[in-house]
Design a protein around this ligand. Structure first.
Ligand code: GTP
Ligand code: SPV
Ligand code: MN
Length: 611
C-alpha cells in the first residue's frame, strides 16, 4: 500500500466534535504534515503501523515463537530518558510552578514553540490519537487527544492507554461538554522531499511543556517514553496533579497492589518510589512467605479519591506497563517475564540476540553474542553494557496473569496502606511506620533517593524526591504538601491509609544490599498489615515505629541476625546528619511550606536531642 493511496481513504477521518476538529486543523496548519490519520485502535492499524516501522528500520520484528507480535527498537543514543532540565510548568504566575519546576511565561513559551512547530511535520504523517486515562465509563472520563508525528509513539500509546474510535465516539456523544487534554507532540524532524528518514528521528532541542491552567501539553524533540507518550507523566501526573489540587483528589506516582493473607483477608496498598526504584517489581511481587498472595492493579500511577464510605480509593489510569528492563528476570519478577513473553510488546534500547529475541543485563541465558542497543557487536566480555540502564519493555497490562479483577472497576480499590520509599545506601531503615497522616506526609515530603538512569543527568546522587513526585508535580510543591495535609484533615482519621517509609536499598560495609528485596519484600508488607491489624510489635524511635526483630517474619530468610538488625537500625547520628539537608530542602519553599511540616521537623529534631 503506498502512502499516496492511504491519504484519501477513511483513515483521514475527522470528528463531528467542532472544538476538537478546529484544534486538529490548527495544528495541521502550523506543522504542515503530508498526511493526517485518526487512530482507530484496530488490529489492522497496529499491523500497518508496525510494518511501516519495520520498513523504516525503527523496529525489528522479533522471533515469532519467542515474542509473538513484538518489536525491538533502539533509540538515538541522545534520546534515552526523561529530560527534567527541559521540562517546564508554564503556569500563568511563576509562583504556581514553585521552586522545584522550570518555568517560563506561557505566552513566551508558546511563541518559542510555535517557531519550532512551524512546518515540523513536513514529509510525515500527523496522527490524532483519542485516548482516555482510566475508564471510558468513569463518572468523569479523563479524555485526552494526542497529536504526534511518530508511529513509534502511536504504537506505544496503544499499549499504554485506552485509545481509538470508542473513545472518540464517547467524546463526540458528550459534545462540547467533553473535557479533553490536548497534547501535542512532534519529534521535530521534518523531511524534505526525497530525504531519507533516520531510524529514530528526534531533535537536539527538546521541550516538554505543561500549561496547567489550560490543561494542555506541548512536547517537542524527543521520541522517548515519558517525553512523548503524553498520557503518562505529562497528563496523568503533571496536569492531573493540578486538576487534583483544584478538585480535592490525589494524582500520584504510585503502584497499586492487592495483598491477600493466608486467612483470605484482602488489603490494597499503594506505593510511591522514584523512577527505577522498584514500583513495577513490588506491584507484581511473588511473595516468599507461605500463604500470602499478591495481585497487580498498577505499576506507575494512582489516582486517589475519597469514596462515599470515607475511604481513599485508587485507580490505575494506564493500560500497559512501561517497565525498566535491566534486572528483570524469572527470579526478580517472574510475573513481568510471563507478561512480556506473551508478546504484543515493544522493547526499546535492550540488546537484540542473533535469533531475534531480546536480552538485557540480569536476564537469564546470557547469549554468546548479541547486538547492543547502540548497534554494536556484544559478547559477555564486552566492556560496555548490552542494554541502556533505562531500557524498557512496553507491554499490555491485560496480559499480566496476576492482574486483579478490580482493575476494571472505575471506582478503584480502598487503600489500607501507602508506602513511600527510595534508594538510600545508609540512614533509612527497611521500614518505618508513621504516627499519623501528617507525620506520613512529612515522610513523603522529605523522601530522598539516589538518582537513576530514568532521567538524564548524574546517577547515584542523593536528592529529595517528595512523594517520588519531584519531576511530576504540576504546581508549587509547597502547595502540594499542603494539599496532602488538607486531604488528611478533611477525612475520617480512622479510615485513612497508614503511611510507611521503606528502603530496600540499604548497603552493608562491603557495598552489597543488606536486604534481599523482590519477593522477600512480602515480609515488609505483612508487617505493615499486622501493624494495621494491631498484631505486630514495634519499637518507637525518633523517626517513627520500626519492627522489633521478632515482629518481622524472617522464617526461611537467608540473612544473619546481625544483618537484619543492620537493615532495621535507626542510627541517631546518621539522622542528625540528615537534618541540615531537610532544613535546606524546606527553606526552598518559604511561606509555601505548611506549618504542619515545620512542626514535624521541630519534633524530629527534639527527639534526636537537637536544640
Ligand atoms: P519507573 O518505571 O522508572 O517508574 O521505575 P519503577 O519504580 O517501576 O522501578 P522497577 O520496579 O522497574 O525497578 C527498577 C530497578 O530496581 C530494576 O533494575 C530492579 O531490578 C531494581 N529493584 C526493584 N526492586 C528491588 C528490590 O527490592 N531490591 C533491589 N536491590 N533492587 C530492586
Ligand atoms: C519514569 O521515569 O518514572 C517512568 C518512565 O516510569 S517514563 O515513562 O519515561 O516516565
Ligand atoms: Mn515511573
Amino acid at each position: 500500500m503506498t502512502t499516496e493511496a492511504t491519504h484519501t481513504d477513511q483513515r483521514a477521518g475527522g470528528t463531528t466534535h467542532a472544538g476538537l476538529q478546529a484544534w486538529v486543523d490548527e495544528v495541521a496548519a502550523m506543522t504542515t504534515p503530508d498526511h493526517i490519520e485518526w487512530v482507530t485502535g484496530s488490529d489492522a492499524e497496529w499491523t500497518r503501523l508496525t510494518d511501516k516501522l519495520v520498513e523504516a528500520g525503527t523496529f525489528v520484528r522479533l522471533n515469532e515463537e519467542k515474542k509473538p507480535n513484538s518489536f525491538y527498537a533502539a533509540s538515538d543514543p541522545t534520546d534515552v530518558a526523561r529530560v527534567e532540565d527541559r521540562t517546564y510548568i508554564c503556569s500563568v504566575d511563576e509562583k504556581d510552578a514553585g521552586p522545584t519546576n522550570n518555568w517560563m511565561d506561557p505566552n513566551e513559551m508558546k511563541d518559542l514553540m510555535r517557531g519550532l512547530y512551524a512546518g515540523c511535520m513536513k514529509g510525515r504523517t500527523m496522527y490524532v490519537i483519542p485516548f482516555v486515562m482510566g475508564h471510558v465509563e468513569a463518572e468523569n472520563p479523563m479524555f485526552g487527544v494526542e497529536i504526534t508525528d511518530s508511529e513509534y509513539v502511536v504504537v506505544s500509546m496503544r499499549v499504554m492507554a485506552r485509545c481509538g474510535v470508542n473513545v472518540l465516539r464517547r467524546i463526540e456523544e458528550l459534545g462540547e461538554n467533553a473535557k479533553y487534554v490536548p497534547a501535542l507532540h512532534s519529534v521535530g524532524a521534518p523531511l524534505e522531499p526525497g530525504q531519507k528518514d533516520v531510524k529514530w528521528p528526534c531533535n537536539p532541542e527538546k521541550y516538554i511543556v505543561q500549561f496547567p491552567e489550560e490543561r494542555m501539553i506541548w512536547s517537542f524533540g524527543s521520541g522517548y517514553g515519558g517525553n512523548a507518550l503524553l498520557g503518562k507523566k505529562c497528563y496523568s501526573l503533571r496536569i492531573a496533579s493540578a486538576m487534583a489540587r483544584d478538585e480535592g483528589w490525589l494524582a500520584e506516582h504510585m503502584l497499586i497492589l492487592k495483598l491477600i493473607s493466608p486467612e483470605q483477608q484482602v488489603y490494597y496498598i499503594a506505593a510511591a518510589f522514584p523512577s527505577a526504584c522498584g514500583k513495577t517489581n513490588l506491584a507484581m511481587l511473588a511473595p516468599t512467605i507461605p500463604g500470602w498472595k499478591v495481585e497487580t492493579l498498577g505499576d506507575d500511577i494512582a489516582w486517589m479519591r475519597f469514596g462515599k464510605d470515607g475511604r481513599l480509593y485508587a485507580v490505575n489510569p494506564e493500560f500497559g506497563f512501561f517497565g525498566v528492563a535491566p534486572g528483570t528476570n524469572e527470579h526478580t519478577n517472574p510475573n513481568a517475564m510471563k507478561t512480556i513473553n506473551k508478546g504484543n510488546s515493544v522493547f526499546t534500547n535492550v540488546a537484540l540476540t542473533d535469533d531475534r529475541d531480546i536480552w538485557w543485563e540480569g536476564l537469564e541465558n546470557t547469549p554468546a553474542h548479541a547486538t547492543s542497543w547502540k548497534g554494536l557487536d556484544w559478547t559477555p566480555d564486552s566492556a560496555e553494557l548490552s542494554s541502556h540502564a533505562n531500557s524498557r519493555y512496553c507491554t499490555p497490562i491485560e496480559q499480566c496473569d496476576i492482574l486483579a479483577d478490580e482493575y476494571y472497576d472505575p471506582q478503584g480499590v480502598p487503600i489500607s496502606a501507602i508506602f513511600f520509599g527510595g534508594r538510600r545506601k545508609t540512614t533509612v531503615p527497611l521500614v518505618t511506620e508513621s504516627r499519623d497522616w501528617t507525620h506520613g506526609t512529612f515522610m513523603g515530603a522529605t523522601l530522598s533517593s539516589e538518582t537513576t538512569a530514568a532521567a538524564t543527568g548524574a546517577v547515584g546522587v542523593v536528592r529529595r524526591d517528595p512523594m517520588a513526585m519531584l519531576p511530576f508535580i504540576g504546581y508549587n510543591a509547597g502547595d502540594y504538601f499542603q494539599h496532602w495535609i488538607n486531604m488528611g484533615k478533611d477525612a475520617d482519621a480512622s479510615k485513612l491509609p497508614k503511611i510507611f517509609y521503606v528502603n530496600w536499598f540499604r548497603r552493608d560495609d562491603d557495598g552489597g544490599f543488606l536486604w534481599p528485596g523482590f519477593g522477600e519484600n512480602s515480609r515488609v508488607l505483612k508487617w505493615a498489615i499486622e501493624r494495621i491489624e494491631g498484631k505486630a510489635a514495634a519499637v518507637e524511635t525518633p523517626i517513627g515505629h520500626v519492627p522489633t526483630p521478632e515482629s518481622l517474619d524472617t522464617d526461611g530468610l537467608d540473612m544473619s541476625d546481625a544483618d537484619i538488625a543492620a537493615a532495621l537500625k535507626v542510627d541517631p547520628e546518621e539522622w542528625k546528619a540528615e537534618i541540615p539537608q531537610i532544613e535546606e530542602w524546606f527553606a526552598k519553599f518559604g511561606e509555601n511550606l505548611p506549618t504542619e511540616l515545620q512542626i514535624e521537623l521541630d519534633g524530629l529534631k527534639a527527639r534526636l536531642g537537637l536544640e
